[in-house]
Design a binder for this molecule. Structure first.
Ligand SMILES: Nc1nc2c(ncn2[C@@H]2O[C@H](COP(=O)(O)OP(=O)(O)OP(=O)(O)O)[C@@H](O)[C@H]2O)c(=O)[nH]1
Ligand SMILES: [Mg+2]
Length: 676
């Protein structure tokens, strides 16, 4: 661990100490103590060394020289270079030296919380690209990013020295560099530059070499020609830092309340205990409606259909971004299917291309949602919404920030799960993500509305209300239980600070959104694709090989094997049972497919006839609605849960909870309704 004084190294170590440490010792042989911490991380024994703060490796004071000597002389697998986000440029000087000397390192940009409050944004990916080293935004004080730093630090890195152009001094530096090849630890070029600068530690080391005399005469020559060599070295480095950081730091303007009467007035509403909740819901609803309407037509399509304008609803869906993308991929898939022999064409067309299509059609939605969230976050509005919503979520042990993943999940779980990142602590994040699939998304709403349409009178609306209340209530209960179990010692921010309003920059917001959306493509994309192909095999192949009808597929065999579940839970007949279980199995691709599959298997797309053919009673229809809402999320949601929690264990827990609740609650629903 290296860094300039006061950047937060000790705070980082304490944060790490909390979760990993096994042993603390002192580095032998130096007067100023260097803390050595032995820790067991992922079953690997790790030795963390907390060096004294030093401004550079060219060091003046005793403490500074201890840190410098360690970094120059010792062997280490990696170095976490902690820099200060608020004064990033200044604190990069040491980082630059270490990267020039050793060519390894993880840049931990600390105090990101303070930076954000001041409206300072740091384009992590851009800096990462320039340095070719991992960069992590961290708030050691809150524990944010600490795990990521540790994880990145444990990865082996290729040595790749940072290249600094020393301008007029280049000729001499290259000469000295050549003399030092194979004689020093690390980059000889760095030693050459430091030798010019008059670094005492380096001087000592080079004095021991045979070529020392030659080096000194080269330096004398340079001095005669160029004057102050130290100045050239230092200026060249600052120039390099300028280059590295250009476009990386963006500063937004903080809006003072004095500046605007409207903002003052707005805060009167936002910070009011009741008006705040109403205003927050309105803001979220408006913003999300815009995002979802552009991308999928929802919720306008549902509203239009409800008022009897199915034509407008269809138009909206058709010309939404995902509608258009869907058409494109369908067209490609048809071309491929026609061009290739049946099984192969179908696998590539229906399996792979449509799988890729699913990933890509989610992408604009995920991107827009991130964009709008970044806008809320960045303007200062998000914190106000979170504060207003706090009383609603406090009983579950969560902060008001949980409102973002929930509201977005009502549109689409795939977009909602990643937004749980707004939760500050890891336990709150996990406790929010695991029950999140219970929140009914737009696709499930379509199925619910279709099924509800066959119910008599008031039950049409009441059943929908019932399912939503149930789902949200269960979300809170499960979240509270998980939070209690895994995060009992952590209190999720009791006091939330309200940052000043900022004037957001589109440039900043778009890179934040792009960064997050890219993560979605990389991480979730592959899992979605794999699941899509597996499901293709399930419905398109059977014991006889490639099948033309789904009822001969492996899926149908599994559906039949699982028929006892709907029989027991909903009390369905044998025939209806396997149709329902197969439809739900296929529905894991996307929940709206449940309806399509039911239509194929019952031979009618009229919901009323469908329900009659399956022989469902009113309680059974409601039970089915509950079951479809709560059971396993779609594969895309599973994929993002996996990528956000970083663990199959949590993902599996989420799946098990949804399936169990789906069965138990729908059983109870049917049983109670039967009493009437
Ligand atoms: N807001 C905020 N403050 C932080 C954060 N990390 C550290 N600080 C504060 O920064 C100050 C310096 O932190 P230290 O951990 O002592 O810094 P250090 O790098 O160990 O300093 P030296 O050992 O003196 O080099 C302390 O007041 C911390 O509370 C952070 O993430 N956010
Ligand atoms: Mg310290």
């Amino acid at each position: 661990m290296a860094g300039q004084p006061n950047v937060g190294k000790s705070t980082f170590i304490n944060s790490v100490l909390g979760s990993y440490v096994s042993h603390v010792a002192n580095w032998p042989g130096v007067t100023v103590s260097i803390n050595v911490i032995e820790a067991l991380i992922d079953n690997e024994k790790v030795c963390l060394i907390d060096l004294p703060g030093t401004n550079s490796l060219s060091g003046g004071s005793e403490e500074e020289r201890i840190a410098a000597r360690f970094l120059i002389e010792e062997d280490y697998d990696n170095v976490v270079i902690v820099v200060d986000a608020v004064v990033l440029k200044r604190s990069m000087y040491l980082a630059l030296q270490i990267l020039e000397l050793r060519g390894i390192g993880v840049i931990a940009i600390n105090k990101i919380d303070m930076a954000l409050k001041a409206g300072i944004h740091i384009n992590k990916s851009l800096l990462e690209k320039r340095l070719q080293k991992p960069v992590v935004l961290m708030s050691a004080a809150d524990g944010e990013g600490v795990d990521e730093v540790i994880r990145k630090a444990m990865e082996r890195q290729h040595v790749r020295y940072l290249d600094v152009n020393y301008g007029d001094l280049e000729y001499y530096i290259t000469m000295i560099e050549k003399e030092l090849y194979g004689k020093v630890k690390g980059n000889p070029r760095w030693y050459a530059a430091e030798f010019m600068l008059g670094n005492k530690v380096v001087e000592e080391k080079l004095k021991a070499l045979e070529v020392y005399e030659k080096l000194v005469s080269l330096r004398e020559e340079a001095k005669k020609e160029l004057g102050d060599l130290g100045k050239i070295v230092i200026e060249s480095r600052w120039k390099k830092i300028e280059e590295l950081l250009s476009g990386v730091i963006e500063k937004e303007r903080v809006v003072t309340t004095k500046e605007s009467k409207i903002l003052e007035w707005m805060d009167k509403i936002m910070l009011h205990p009741i008006l705040g909740i109403i205003a927050s819901f309105l803001i979220l609803f408006t913003i999300m409606s815009i995002a979802f309407t552009v991308n999928t037509g929802f919720p306008l399509n549902i509203i239009m259909e409800a008022v009897g304008r199915k034509d407008i609803a269809t138009l909206l869906e058709h010309y939404s971004i995902s509608g258009i993308l869907g058409e494109v991929f369908n067209a490609i898939s048809v071309v491929v299917k026609n061009a290739l022999p049946p099984p192969v064409g179908s696998l590539i067309g229906d399996g792979i291309i449509l799988g890729v299509g699913t990933v890509l059609s989610f992408f604009p939605l995920v991107f827009t949602v991130y964009l709008l969230l970044a806008l809320l976050e960045d303007s200062g509005l998000a914190s106000r919404i979170a504060v207003a919503m706090d009383p609603l979520f406090r009983p579950a042990g969560l902060s008001g920030k949980a409102v973002f993943p929930i509201v977005i999940s009502m549109g689409c779980n795939v977009a909602g799960v990643p937004t749980a990142r707004v939760m500050r602590t890891k336990s709150a994040k996990i406790a929010t993500i695991i029950p999140l699939p219970l929140v009914p998304c737009q696709a499930r709403l379509v199925v619910l509305l279709a099924l509800a349409s066959v119910l008599p009178g008031m039950l049409k609306a009441l059943s929908i209300l019932y399912v939503y209340t149930l789902a949200l209530g269960l979300f809170l209960i499960i979240a509270a239980i998980i939070k209690k179990i895994i995060g009992s010692d952590e209190v999720e921010e009791l006091i939330m600070e309200i940052p000043p309003y900022h004037v957001p920059k589109l440039r900043v917001i778009s890179w934040i959104a792009w960064d997050n959306a890219k993560h979605f493509l990389e991480k979730a994309g592959t899992v979605i694709l794999i699941f899509s192909v597996i499901l293709w095999f399930l419905v398109n192949t059977g014991p006889q090989g490639f099948v033309n009808s789904i009822d001969q597929s492996w899926g149908a065999i599994i559906g039949k094997a699982l028929e006892y579940i709907p029989m027991a839970v909903l009390g369905l007949g044998k025939e209806a049972s396997w149709i329902v279980s197969l439809s739900m199995l296929v529905g894991t691709v996307a929940k709206e497919v449940v309806l399509e599959t039911l239509a194929i298997l019952t031979g009618t797309s009229n919901v009323y006839q469908m329900v009659t053919k399956l022989g469902l009673s009113v309680p059974q229809v409601l039970g089915l609605m509950v079951a479809i809402t709560l059971y396993i999320p779609c594969v895309a949601t599973i994929a993002v849960i996996r990528s956000e929690t970083g663990s199959w264990k949590w993902t599996l827990l989420s799946i098990v909870i949804s399936i169990t609740l789906s069965m138990v609650v729908s059983y109870i629903t049917v049983s109670i309704l039967r009493l009437w």
